[in-house]
Design a protein around this ligand. Structure first.
Ligand SMILES: Cc1cc2nc3c(=O)[nH]c(=O)nc-3n(C[C@H](O)[C@H](O)[C@H](O)COP(=O)(O)OP(=O)(O)OC[C@H]3O[C@@H](n4cnc5c(N)ncnc54)[C@H](O)[C@@H]3O)c2cc1C
Length: 482
């Protein structure tokens, strides 16, 4: 019997699997699609305390995220890229220079990094070349946060969990669970996309596993299982990718509109613009990037930069769903909804772990595994995830916040060591080639040929993979039409 079944292979589930396995529990994690295919490959990829939350008076949240950010810098230096942020200020509105100057000093105390600076208008304009000169900027501030690769953080956390003994299964869905005397009987079903339900059933059918405890970490899917006690408010966030030649930035730039802030983030030869924050009720798989999302982000970017960006400049997009905790009766703006996390107990031995941020996943995992340990009633060593490096040795094939150079050895590594089963697993989540490269479809064709050799696909299967990849891309969230 398992000590713990974890449902959901995003960053929260991955963090829990690593922590529990490192404490010596018998652990299995199931993910209904590819690892990190939910929100955890669709974020803004920042490790941050959140300057905006400080302005909202949420000091505890900022302190917690600041502490976790510094832990990640120690345990995963390959996934932590310190990044200066320039925040231009205007004479009116909520983001005045004097207020921000004070705010970034407090932020620095809570989150660490380089000392912040206050800029005059001249210093601002010489520092951020493409800023619009005809706007009445009063100057600005510079502070430090960090950039990461969200999907890679999940994958490296899972590799670490596997090394500690966790059993990990992708394309496996929890379809039902019932409590019996000592624990939970959990029905798992193989859930392979691109093939029919009959073929899925034929290949392996359903399976039942017994677990003393279940931790339910399904992000935006949290309300789908009847055992869940969590209520969510889902909001959508869209990102646009443009060529860095169109917007050459040496630092990240904060773009403000009223009390909202958006970012322009340098990403190698690309710049990422985002994000929106709107209530969402559509499908959870592949949320769409609508023309009005693109329009909104480009309008704010064009208010900030002298670049005349148009939709033709957008080379790729992605959209993600924030699994925020609903506060009863509070119908405020999506961006005012708390980013706190909660661990909610269901029937004995069942917990929902919901809300939170990529940055705070490790602490969420620690709290959840502490609850499991006390339910199991045996002695386990204390949590050591804050002090143990995420990986003993990084993969030479790829690591870090930038996509690896296209090569057969990268594809081979992903197929042999990182659970890569489909072309979109490789193109979108293992490598980010899909959103980074100028002609991703050419690379996908080459990569499909390599994968066909490695995974022994027939010509027909290779063609199916290419067309499925094209479908996912065209459905909207992961890229512009190919
Ligand atoms: C636009 C946007 C920008 C963001 N930017 C940042 C940022 O810059 N910094 C930051 O710290 N945070 C950021 N966040 C927040 C962060 O991305 C999320 O809090 C985090 O990724 C949520 O992880 P999760 O594991 O809870 O959910 P997910 O990553 O969605 O994982 C849940 C998984 O559960 C699986 N699942 C669902 N049902 C089942 C089932 N029945 N059986 C098996 N598996 C199942 C799903 O397929 C999914 O993969 C951002 C979020 C969004 C949307």
């Amino acid at each position: 019997m398992l000590d713990l079944l974890i449902v959901g292979g995003g960053i929260v589930g991955a963090g829990i699997a690593r922590d529990a396995a490192m404490r010596g529990m018998r652990v299995m994690l199931v993910e209904q699609r590819d690892f990190a295919s939910g929100t955890s490959s669709r974020s803004s990829r920042l490790l941050h305390g959140g300057l905006r939350y400080l302005a909202q008076g949420r000091v505890g949240l900022v302190r917690e995220a600041g502490r976790e950010k510094q832990i990640l810098r120690r345990i995963a230096p390959h996934l932590y890229r310190p990044l200066p942020f320039t925040f231009p200020t205007l004479p009116s509105g909520p983001w005045r220079r004097w207020k921000l100057g004070l705010g970034v000093r407090i932020y620095h105390l809570l989150c660490g990094g380089e000392r912040p600076r206050v800029l005059s208008r001249d210093a601002l304009l010489s520092q951020v070349e493409p800023l619009r000169r005809d706007r009445d900027w009063t100057g600005g501030v510079v502070y430090e946060d960090a950039q990461t690769s969200d999907a890679r953080l999940v994958l490296d956390t899972l590799r670490s969990a596997e090394l500690a003994g966790a059993e990990l299964r992708s394309y496996t869905q929890l379809v039902g669970a019932s409590r019996d005397g000592v624990g939970w009987r959990c029905q798992l079903a193989r859930h392979e996309p691109w093939v029919s339900a009959e073929e899925n059933a034929e290949e392996s059918g359903e399976e039942e596993v017994a677990a003393r405890c279940v931790v339910h970490a399904t992000g935006p899917w949290m309300e789908r299982l009847p055992e869940s006690r969590t209520q969510l408010r889902l909001t959508k966030g869209v990102h646009l990718v443009i060529s860095a030649e169109r917007l050459p930035l040496t630092s990240a730039v904060v773009m403000s509109e009223g009390d909202r802030i958006l970012f322009a983030l340098p990403w190698g030869e690309r710049v990422v613009l985002g994000t929106t924050d709107t209530d969402y009720r559509g499908p959870l798989e592949e949320p769409p990037c609508e023309p009005e999302d693109i329009e909104y982000i480009l309008r704010i970017a064009n208010d900030t930069f002298d670049a005349s960006l148009a939709s033709e400049d957008v080379t790729a997009t992605w959209a993600g769903i924030r699994p925020l905790l609903a506060s009863p009766g509070a119908a405020g703006k999506p961006s005012d909804t708390s980013r706190r996390h909660r661990i909610i107990a269901g029937d004995t031995g069942w917990w929902d772990v919901a809300g939170g941020k990529l940055t705070t996943y490790r602490e969420m995992a620690e709290e959840a595994v502490d609850r499991v340990a006390s339910q199991l009633g045996r002695r386990f060593p204390p949590c050591s995830t804050a002090t143990t490096p995420l990986l003993e040795r990084e993969s030479a094939a790829h690591s870090g916040w930038l996509p690896p150079v296209v090569s057969r050895s990268v594809v081979e590594h992903c197929c042999r060591h990182e659970w890569t089963r489909h072309l979109d697993d490789l193109m979108i989540r293992r490598t980010a080639w899909h959103t980074y490269l100028h002609s991703p479809y050419e690379t996908a064709t080459q990569a499909a040929a390599w994968m066909a050799e490695l995974l022994e696909w027939s010509d027909q299967q290779r063609e199916q993979q290419l067309s499925a990849y094209r479908d996912v891309s065209n459905r909207g969230s992961s890229g512009v039409g190919l």
